[in-house]
Design a protein around this ligand. Structure first.
Ligand SMILES: CC(C)(COP(=O)(O)OP(=O)(O)OC[C@H]1O[C@@H](n2cnc3c(N)ncnc32)[C@H](O)[C@@H]1OP(=O)(O)O)[C@@H](O)C(=O)NCCC(=O)NCCS
Length: 143
């Protein structure tokens, strides 16, 4: 299977929003992220990548710089039909390379504890597991 990883573009955002509508990426107290969330990642940081197979977008990763020299991998997902074939690995490789180019000293992320495969995936990519956390969220904070 030929997998092409490239920077995400405006035309990918709706597909990425659809791919993100999975239990692992739901947001307590809010809907799944919309296409506009991905559009906001098309910028000079270049931390939004998609993976294509036969011209179809089958996965994405988005991240962002934090203050200091930290970076955050915000969301990662691969189409369930295309998992286990190396797509996630290539996406993580791409964003870690970008983090290296940007000279970030630390890259952090949160993974869904209920998905043991995801935990195994990150461990296999060299990420070190931290303590358990419970995610909290709140919708619009303006009245
Ligand atoms: C996590 C996810 C992105 C992985 O994508 P994927 O395309 O299925 O993963 P890959 O096929 O690229 O797996 C890559 C590597 O992880 C390893 N791996 C995968 N599952 C594993 C497991 N359960 N235990 C150990 N290693 C595992 C593979 O062996 C492979 O290693 P290799 O390249 O050295 O052979 C995908 O499963 C997914 O979308 N999960 C749901 C969303 C999610 O949990 N996102 C994370 C929240 S930020």
């Amino acid at each position: 299977m030929a997998i092409k990883v490239r920077l995400g573009a405006a035309g990918d955002c709706e597909t990425c929003a659809q791919l993100s509508r999975i239990d692992e990426l739901d947001n307590p107290g809010a809907d799944h992220v919309p296409a506009e969330f991905f559009e906001a990642h098309i910028d000079d940081d270049e931390m939004f990548f998609v993976a294509e197979v036969d011209g179809r977008v089958v996965g994405f990763v988005v991240g962002q710089p934090m203050k200091g020299d930290w970076a955050y991998i915000t969301l990662l997902a691969v189409d369930p039909r295309t998992r286990g074939q190396g797509v996630g690995r290539l996406l993580v490789d791409a964003i870690l390379k970008r983090c290296e180019d940007l000279r970030f000293g630390y890259v952090t992320l949160f993974a869904p504890k209920f998905n043991k495969k995801t935990l195994g995936f990150y461990r296999s990519r060299g990420f070190i597991e931290g303590k358990d956390h419970v995610q909290f969220g709140i919708g619009p904070v303006t009245e």
